[in-house]
Design a protein around this ligand. Structure first.
Ligand SMILES: C[S@@+](CC[C@H](N)C(=O)[O-])C[C@H]1O[C@@H](n2cnc3c(N)ncnc32)[C@H](O)[C@@H]1O
Length: 372
């Protein structure tokens, strides 16, 4: 039996381990789970226990969870504990990692394990202290503030970006949420303004779009699908390329694979796109070569000036809110320096101050900044 207990304050003693994987032991296991849900496993006799944490973003998650679980069950089996002799618990998961709970449930079910579920309230980050012998599962919950490094609350300075975003498990807080066709207005802008301007002013030349903080890449693939369709419909004989970069290498690894589990809601809305540009199996899409050859992924920190130039559109969505105004101004300068003329930049809402400072023209209808 598990004996769950929320701790009113953190345990003194050795700091819990950080990181992902399977932590297997016969004695106490302490894990800083951050925002991730964790699975605890123990043998009924208390002889062995494990805590499992999978941090993979996006499509790779389910497969990694299954693999981690399978390997762990083999370790139990080689110690003489068959699956029937085990019990499982599922703990935690903060708001932005809650979707992983359902994936873990599925994975556990495949191995005929029905977990006890504790503390699935999404507001907290957790440290979990597990004692396999007694089944004690002590959980310390922390709000995302004030001791954690929380980019969503901080107004980061220019040089803080690397520290805040490059480690996928830094301080237990990651702000990498993204979705297909997320910023609706940008697709409308491409259709009604940006592509027509390009076709008029640079007939026959390739169209370059930069997704400047692409996270796991859903945004970049969305633009590639949309542009492919749009250019085809316009009957324009031009090539196009979507450059997609992020400061976080781990997120890009997922993006390069081009394989995603699609949220049901997105599947309902955009199914024809996924079918046209990929192989759709259940809720998983694998994008095809025809589309992928239009995409280039790379690690890039937007505080640096890009070497490549001539981007007709630059999208840097859901990033500015993490940074202070100096950093935002600097990013805008970098973007303007490598945009085509005219070029269009989307960074979400901008303050009048920042706008004045940037010297760029505002196109309110499409929430764009124009470089001319
Ligand atoms: C909330 S996600 C937004 C993803 C996507 N643009 C969207 O709107 O769906 C923020 C992303 O910005 C990236 N990021 C933060 N600072 C950055 C920097 N200085 N250079 C490049 N990427 C950065 C993070 O790694 C993260 O993937």
């Amino acid at each position: 039996m598990f004996r769950y207990k929320p701790l009113p304050q953190d345990e003194a003693g050795a700091p819990p381990r950080k990181g992902a994987g399977a932590f297997i032991a016969s004695s106490r296991i302490a894990l800083d789970a951050g925002q991730h849900p964790v699975v605890a496993l123990r043998s009924h006799d208390g002889g062995m226990g494990a805590m499992l944490l999978v941090a993979d973003p996006g499509a790779g998650f389910s497969a990694k969870a299954r693999e981690t679980l399978e390997n762990t069950l083999q370790r139990f089996a080689s110690g003489g504990w068959k699956r029937e002799a085990l019990e499982a618990a599922l703990v935690g998961g903060a708001e932005n990692a809650k979707w992983k709970i359902a994936k873990w449930r599925e994975a556990l079910k495949q191995f005929s394990l029905a977990p006890q579920e504790y503390d699935l309230n999404g507001q907290f980050y957790r440290k979990v202290y597990f004692e396999p012998k007694s089944g004690a599962l002590n959980v310390f919950r922390e709000e995302a503030d004030p001791d954690h490094w929380n980019p969503a609350k901080a107004k980061l300075a220019l040089h803080d970006g690397v520290r805040a975003f490059s480690d996928n498990h830094a301080g237990g807080v990651v702000a990498n949420a993204t979705r297909f066709f997320r910023e609706k207005i940008t697709f409308r802008a491409l259709r009604e303004l940006v592509l027509p301007v390009h076709l008029e002013q640079a007939a026959g030349e390739p169209f370059y779009l930069w997704s400047a903080a692409c996270s796991t890449g859903a945004e970049a693939y969305s633009y590639a699908m949309y542009l492919h369709r749009l250019i085809g419909r316009a009957g324009a004989n031009i090539d196009f390329r979507v450059f997609a970069t992020d400061i976080n290498e781990k997120l890009l690894e997922g993006a390069k694979k081009g394989e995603y589990e699609i949220h049901k809601r997105d599947l309902e809305q955009y199914r024809p796109y996924f079918q046209r540009y990929g192989r759709l199996e259940g809720e998983t899409v694998t994008f095809n070569e025809e589309l992928r050859r239009h995409l280039t992924f790379g690690v890039f920190d937007i505080r640096n000036v890009p070497r490549r130039r001539g981007f007709r559109m630059i999208v840097c969505a859901n990033v500015f809110q993490y940074y202070n105004d100096d950093a935002r101004g600097h990013f805008l300068e970098n973007f303007a320096s490598c945009a085509a003329r005219p070029g269009y930049i989307y960074v979400g809402p901008v303050t009048p101050d920042l706008l004045a400072r940037s010297g760029l023209r505002h196109v309110p209808k499409y929430k764009l900044l124009e470089v001319d």
